[in-house]
Design a protein around this ligand. Sequence first.
Ligand SMILES: *Cc1c(COP(=O)(O)O)cnc(C)c1O
Length: 454
Amino acid sequence: MDLEHWLGRATRAIQDWADTFGPYRPHPSLLVDDDRLASVFAGFTERLKDNYPFFHPHYAGQMLKPPHPAAVVGYLTAMLINPNNHALDGGPATAAMEREVVAQLATMFGYETHLGHLTTSGTIANLEALFVARELHPGRGVAHSAEAHYTHGRMCHVLGMTSHPVRTDSQGRMDLDALEDVLRTGQVGTVVLTTGTTGLGAVDPVHEALPLARRYGVRIHVDAAYGGFFTLLAGTGGSEALPPEPWRAVAQADSVVVDPHKHGLQPYGCGAVLFRDPEVGRFYLHDSPYTYFTSTELHLGEISLECSRAGASAAALWLTFQLLPPTPDGLGQVLAAGRRAALRWADLINASDALELYQPPQLDIVTYFPTVEPATLTAIDAVSARILADGMNSAEPVYLSTLKAGHEAFTARHPKITADTDGARILRSVLMKPESEHHVEHLHKRVEQLAHAD
Ligand SMILES: *Cc1c(COP(=O)(O)O)cnc(C)c1O
């Protein structure tokens, strides 16, 4: 996609539409001098160079990448109108687009009924799910794995609920015996399961937790902010296929959150929350003297805790899904490439004497650490940190990230390591760009070289 061409088309399309309303003069107070802009813009683009190259396959660090050009074109085109998806009178077109993309997400998760909307983030999407959970089980708390995103503990605090962190197993998944211990206390009303933890990409066993939760009469909320789109690889053919059970079980969960701004090719400002039972809309009801209701259906502003939201986010996701729909043959192919890259790198690390796999990747996040003598957490921590820094500062840079692993989690996976301190940083690469598939050999070679430099 040639962005220069399409951004030109975008401005012309909106100008053509604007022209149908008749001419008017822009107010002099808004005029800026083109020469002044040119000089400010030069400084501005210079400042933006203070960034890491998230787009480049040699960036294999955090969960970051630019949006797809289709999302950029969709966002910018709609932004020229600047609709507000808070209410139908804020922009009917993008409100309709939002309903359509949310329905596509519901289909992807196997929801037969749904009520949902986009949010500005996974944080707000999870907050809304926990808010509804509290309304349905007042006075009861929330259980989530100890490796769930920190937002759950924090939002429980905001909502005045007690959070119960549950121990994880040696692969970073929620331990169901530990979960049952918590459920037996009767203090929990909702279990949060994470399909793709932010650190390790670990997938909680949703299919096994569901019957347990039902037995104790508690709700299930799935935090698929990072991993949601991996549903598209569940039970497909090929080396990248994922075990289908946890993903299929999401269809039975009471609510689910997914971040199109992570694996849905979108710019930041795009999360989503979906409820299986549309009746929960009643918890959002409010009266507003500003908005008027042009429809008898619940409109987006009535089912969202946020007020103003960019209609452009819905437009960007809509245009993207028209071209790369959330299906195994569409967006699924993008995730499949990252998954293959992670499996390939894991094989290379397993065969390496300079690096060791922390645990096998469950999605597209590879975690590993340098082989050091003596094999202590202190040494692993120091060398991991050095590799991270040297990688970024070298003439042939690679960009990684680190993850703090606690000593118990570490020795559960690697009993021979001496736990001389409470934990160690390990290396972590999120391979969320499909191009990673063509660069893992290079990445691996560079990280090996950096490890050998010790
Ligand atoms: C990223 C993430 C969140 C938080 O979402 P934001 O969009 O960053 O607010 C919550 N849960 C999980 C599992 C995540 O990966």
